[in-house]
Write a protein of this length. Sequence first.
Length: 147
Amino acid sequence: MSNELIEIYADGACRGNPGPGGWGAWLRSGRHEKELFGGELQTTNNRMELTAVIRALECLKRPSRVRIFTDSQYVQKGISEWIKDWKARGWRTSNREPVKNADLWQRLDALASQHEIEWVWVKGHAGHAGNVRADALANRGVEHVIK
């Protein structure tokens, strides 16, 4: 496992929910950094929040120490708390309903298991520099698909 810490700032955006959406991620390690963004014409904010983290983790070439910053409590609590029960119940909620976005949660779970990850929730739109940058990238993703 790489000992150098990789910081990932991830965010999603949606114009309408559902509607056109975008995701963005800014990865930083030492003096290296990478920006990622993309989008979909018909999606939800939660799907874009999850996609931002997934796309960032897909970029990592080897098991790493990672700190992921997200302003989505859905992502942070989902991966840190709720996912264990969802998996135990066969991807069903406590009400026996199918877990929404199970395809993305399963992909995120598989990717996260390859790394040592610290999940950090940050308040959105509160001037946190990394979150501001990820938000701008997510909005670029929206603009890219609606043009």
